[in-house]
Design a protein around this ligand. Sequence first.
Ligand SMILES: Nc1nc2c(ncn2[C@@H]2O[C@H](COP(=O)(O)OP(=O)(O)OP(=O)(O)O)[C@@H](O)[C@H]2O)c(=O)[nH]1
Ligand SMILES: [Mg+2]
Length: 360
Amino acid sequence: MPFGEIVVGSPGSGKSTYCHGKHQLLTALNRPISVVNLDPANDNIPYPCAIDIASLITLQNVMDTYGLGPNGGMLYCIEYLEENFDWLEEKLQALGKDAYVVFDLPGQVELSTNHESLKNIIKKLSKSGYRLAAVNLCDAHYVTDASKYIAVLMSSLRVMLHLELPHINVLSKMDLITQYGDLDFNLDFYTEVQDLSHLENSLSRSSPRYAALNMAICSLIEDFGLVGFETLAVEDKESMLHLMRAIDKATGYVFIPPPNAPAPSGTVETPDGAASTRPNALSLLSTAAGPMHGPRSDVRDVQERWIDAKEEYDTWENAQWMREGQLVQEQKARDKVRMRGGSTGDTTAQSGQGERPQNK
Ligand SMILES: Nc1nc2c(ncn2[C@@H]2O[C@H](COP(=O)(O)OP(=O)(O)OP(=O)(O)O)[C@@H](O)[C@H]2O)c(=O)[nH]1
Ligand SMILES: [Mg+2]
């Protein structure tokens, strides 16, 4: 059964970059992945593209042919894709039954909030067996301002109600959040959408005329109790891994490597050992359904990494990268000497690994 993600979000929220990051991550994990570009205006596609809408229709062509502007042209393209769903279905079938497909969508917000075509395409995909989750990216800088935060809560709720898929909202570009000023509350207040009445002061300050309306919107969002956020800094492996687990949980995807796949390094083979020590594919299911562990799985870790101790972590990570680069160079030098038949000696850098910044 094929699984996948519908990646939506406002223009520039990081959708294509995330698709690229996901391609790199899953490829490194030996997991299947195919990225499908459904943005007809995407000229510079950063990832290896399995299917590209440009081979069906391009925005420029539509604008030239029908004299439409970019927004109308985009809606036309998506309606055209809906009409020609067979084209997409045929290409998706060629990816096989075990495909994991990430769909990169355009940033036009109405496509995922009120226009019907994307919704209909999703329905057809689900009918043909796809298990999908919507991944809605929102720029993290919205949480630095109470009224923008309310706007992002509203639009996220709207996307959730419109697409009717298992849904993950994501605050993207977490690594940049400190550039936009201090947060009034801890990060978990925003990601877990805690008591929104606490925003009353800042909302009344920024728009005193609409204070009552703002508070009514807050209570509406609280009544639904649906909106929450994961976080993402696309360059950070741990952040990507955490989001991957959250999405897998939403779709019910459990990756079981094929029987002849090489075991990860460090795996102990104990065919005669006790049952509890033997690899058990079924236990993967219970692990996948259980609580999420690991770095960045707690929003307080995310706050520490990107807000409270950002500089210490940046310095520590730079030192780690330098050290890794140095080790690779040394290994290359040793291989060269070995190929010439000389003695390699031990030139391993003794530079310390450095301490990971401690929890504050
Ligand atoms: N610092 C930082 N920059 C990011 C991150 N994700 C994306 N960006 C940058 O944000 C900009 C926009 O990213 P895109 O991936 O093109 O955004 P998009 O949502 O696909 O944009 P549209 O397709 O135009 O709607 C690029 O310059 C990316 O490099 C992130 O996690 N951290
Ligand atoms: Mg894009």
